[in-house]
Design a protein around this ligand. Structure first.
Ligand code: CP
Ligand code: NVA
Length: 307
């Protein structure tokens, strides 16, 4: 098992701006096939899932293997955590077996508790509050297609959810302009928003057209996230004016890219013409989950330096 102290990745600000830049550079080398090291040789990742996943599960599992390590998929349907074993006990026990823990769950405080009691790095694979690995993959995609993010305008259209909150954290650390268009009652987390607004160029508007005007990146997410399925009908009404369609994309910069963390609901938050159209970079975005998470694991588990 690794010696303390170890580092967790629960939220984007857990890395400094310089460290994030180096993390992106490392992920880029991985994407280009220029990194062949196996810093996880002999090491294991435990992956706890209390919600469904396609991308997160497969990219962490394949990524750990590509770095020379091993990953165990721990579904809440099968592990004792799902039957009420305390998070703290799960953290202490898993720390005796594995070298890092990735968790996808509901309450963000559960991930913080896991990290508090684990003796190994904990990585946030999505909570109701944040989805940090995904937004780092999104920023990597912006770098890949637009060269840089610091001088770009990012427009978020839709729910002030875990993705919106992580975009706010990215703007807080990286300093790009972020405009969020959210309906009343669906704004981002108050504290995450206040910190980003205190440090950067961040606005929240009700008007998607205002948010998207001249933007270089247009992004959205489902109207009802995992755990909110029973709110679908209410949310469909609230989000009716928040669909990313060709008319909205036409307001963005001519070279603008469209991003979506997936899974997408064509005809709800985005039209098929946009997500399957010329501005869309969603498949590169999905691929970049693999590269950025390998960079995170190489750093936190494999000792790859970021300085
Ligand atoms: N974007 C994302 O996290 O996808 P999964 O839910 O499939 O992991
Ligand atoms: N906001 C979505 C993201 C899924 C990857 C959810 O939490 O369900």
């Amino acid at each position: 098992m690794p010696d303390r102290p170890h580092r967790d990745f629960l939220a984007i600000p857990d890395f400094s701006r310089d460290e994030l830049e180096r993390l992106f550079d490392l992920a880029e080398r991985m994407r280009l096939g220029l990194y062949q090291s196996k810093p996880m040789a002999g090491k294991s990742l435990g992956m706890i899932f209390l919600k469904a996943s396609t991308r997160t599960r497969v990219s962490f599992e394949v990524g750990a293997w590509q770095l020379g390590g091993h990953a165990s998929f721990l579904s809440s349907r099968d592990v004792q955590l799902g039957r009420g074993e305390p998070i703290a006990d799960t953290a202490r026990v898993l720390s005796r077996f594995v070298d890092a823990i990735m968790i996808r769950t509901f309450a963000h405080s559960d991930v913080e508790e896991l990290a508090q009691y684990a003796d190994v790095p904990v990585i946030n694979g999505l909570t109701d509050l944040l989805h940090p690995c995904q937004v780092l993959a999104d920023v990597l995609t912006v770098r890949q297609h637009l060269g840089s993010i610091g001088d770009k305008v990012v427009a978020w259209v839709g729910d002030g959810n875990n993705m919106a909150n992580s975009w706010l954290n990215a703007a807080y650390r990286l300093g790009f302009e972020l405009r969020l268009a959210c309906p009343a009652g669906y704004e981002p987390d108050v504290r995450v928003l206040a910190r980003a607004q205190a440090h950067g160029k961040v606005i929240v508007t009700r008007d998607p057209a205002e948010a998207v005007a001249g933007a270089h990146v247009v992004t959205t997410d489902v109207w009802a996230s995992m755990g909110q399925e029973e709110e679908q009908a209410v949310r469909e009404k609230a989000f009716a004016g928040y669909r990313v369609d060709d008319a909205l994309m036409a307001r963005a910069d001519r070279q603008a890219i469209f991003l979506h963390c997936l899974p997408a609901h064509r005809g709800e938050e985005v039209t098929a013409s946009v997500i399957d159209g010329p501005h869309s970079r969603v498949w590169d975005e999905a691929e970049n989950r693999l590269h950025i998470q390998k960079a995170i694991m190489a750093t936190l588990v494999g000792g790859e330096p970021l300085s």
